[in-house]
Design a protein around this ligand. Structure first.
Ligand code: NAD
Length: 496
């Protein structure tokens, strides 16, 4: 059985902890390998490799760094199907979805290829007589990236292309549920010519995370995962003096106004609710049906959701399994709770069977109607293929629900009224807003991030926030005396 190792100093590293955990194919329930779990000593070995590599990488010219980035981009583009297959084998999402994830990560690599332009500072000539001022941005040092199971390729790529391009070195701690993508990416960097120690991977769980948060050499932490862990990582990391961006969970609402195109809205709700089996932080999990459209919208959603096939990529299915048996059972538990709380089960995914694969972690698409904001299916992040419909009387009632929610990752409005849409994007307290677009994930040159309990810290991922996060600003004030100048001036600098 394969052991999935760490990667440091340009090669695999087995570690010395002696601990490992099983890795499972969610479509078959079969354990396909074991992943090493780092202890604090293994983490320090990886951090030391990153710290040793930093000075030379920081001082590598922008031309030198971008050549490696371009090579990495070309290799990744040529072999993206290989990476997508690894994602499917350990996460379970279907092939087209896995390829989509890799492509979104690739876009951040492409954005990072423009790092010479992104790092350009300002220059002011003659701020005072013969005194010039200029600003530069410099890398931080070794940085840590801690990622969740649901995007094992894309989420690390939200961060490491820019971190590396800006001159930092990286220690990535992927999810222990689907660790192979990170090693594949490490090998690709090696092939692209990245010097040893610039990109390292430690496999592990909370033990590895805590060691990274406590390591003095780590200057910044980019975390993505559930809200309780994000809050913890933010608090422990910042208490240790690190710069931290910690992206947390979500409960994304889609507000459908009575004037909306209901076919478009139903298509969008189904795609955004059930794509990747709902295991996306930008998945729509609540549809707010405004006014008289409720019955018609629910029937259009249910009709479409019922056509979704559940299964693995080999069968060409639309929707894959959930990531683990425990998670599947937890999501199914929410359906039971919703039913006993009085929600109407319009479509029930619990009975779904996939031929020849009885041990996969399956749950079909589920639609719950007449959900009340007091029910646990409404209040909790379920992270599965469950779409709840809440009936509201007005735009204002819908907006108030969204703004009262403790999460603020993504949201969408469906309407044909430009004025209503404009009012919504102005008033809603959420970081990413879609107008007739259900999953408004910004392109790499914008920044990705939510508000409230969906993000702790100030910087969103990638875009200009990403560049700022992985660099420190410095302002330099310089006076080069004219060759004809003479004499001393010991006073405080003045504008003359
Ligand atoms: P998770 O919080 O369980 O794990 C995330 C990472 O933290 C993993 O690397 C894991 O090993 C580590 N970890 C887990 N428990 C820990 C603990 N107690 N102490 C320290 N480290 C710990 O999240 P997950 O289940 O892997 O991912 C799903 C969650 O991630 C969902 O809540 C989803 O909304 C969220 N997510 C958010 C975004 C976003 O952009 N806001 C994107 C993707 C996923």
């Amino acid at each position: 059985m394969d052991t999935i190792a760490h990667w440091l100093d340009g090669k695999p590293f087995d570690g010395t902890s002696g601990h490992s955990a099983p890795v499972t194919n969610p479509a078959t329930g079969v354990v396909t390998g074991r992943v090493a779990l780092a202890d604090a000593a293994d983490v320090e070995t990886a951090v030391a490799a990153a710290a040793d590599a930093f000075p030379a990488w920081r001082d590598t010219s922008l031309a030198g760094r971008t050549q490696i980035l371009f090579r990495f981009r070309e290799l990744l583009n040529d072999r993206k199907e290989e990476l997508a297959a690894l994602v499917t084998a350990e996460h379970g999402k279907v092939a087209s979805d896995a390829l989509g994830e890799v492509t979104r990560g690739l876009e951040v690599v492409e954005f990072a290829c423009g790092i010479p332009h992104l790092l350009k500072g300002g220059y002011t000539e003659n701020a005072s007589t013969r005194v010039d001022i200029f600003s530069i941005r410099q890398p931080l040092g070794p940085v840590a990236i801690i990622s969740p199971f649901n995007f094992p390729a894309m989420v690390p790529m939200w961060f490491f292309p820019l971190a590396i391009a800006a001159g930092n070195t990286v220690v990535l701690k992927p999810s222990e549920k689907d660790p192979s993508s990170s090693l594949w990416l490490a090998r690709l960097w090696h092939e692209a010519g990245l010097p040893a120690g610039v990109f390292n991977v430690v496999q592990g769980d909370k033990v590895a995370v805590d060691a990274l948060l406590d390591s003095a050499a780590i200057k910044a932490v980019s975390f993505v995962g559930s809200t309780p862990v994000a809050r913890y990582v933010y608090e422990r990391g910042t208490a240790n003096g690190k710069r931290v961006q910690a992206l947390g969970g979500a409960k994304n609402h889609m507000l459908v106004l009575p004037d909306a195109d209901l076919d478009l809205a139903a298509d969008a709700a189904v795609n955004a609710g059930f794509g990747s089996a709902g295991e996306r932080c930008m998945a729509i999990s609540v549809v707010l049906a405004v006014g008289p459209i409720g019955d018609e919208l629910v029937s259009k959603i249910a009709e479409r959701a019922a056509t979704i096939t559940t299964g693995d990529s080999v069968r060409g299915a639309d929707m894959g399994p959930l990531v683990t048996r425990e998670h599947r059972d937890r999501v199914a538990g929410y359906l039971e709770a919703g039913e006993s709380d009085g929600a109407t089960v319009v479509l029930d995914g619990r009975g779904v069977r996939v031929d020849g694969s009885d041990d996969g972690f399956w749950l079909g698409p589920t639609v719950l109607d007449h959900v009340d904001p007091g029910m646990s299916v409404y209040t909790d992040e379920i992270f599965g293929p469950v779409l709840s419909v809440v009936r509201v009387d007005s735009y204002d009632e819908g907006l108030a629900l969204i703004n009262a929610n403790p999460y603020g990752n993504g949201t969408a409005i469906f309407t044909n009224d430009g004025g209503a849409a404009r009012r919504f994007h102005h008033e809603v307290e959420v970081g990413m807003v879609g107008i007739n677009v259900p999953i408004p994930v910004p392109m790499a040159y914008y920044s990705f991030g939510g508000w409230k309990n969906s993000l702790f810290g100030d910087a969103h991922a990638h875009g200009t926030d990403g560049v700022a996060f992985f660099t420190r600003g410095k302002a330099v004030t310089a006076r080069w005396l004219d060759p004809s100048h003479g004499g001393l001036e010991l006073g405080f600098p003045r504008n003359t």
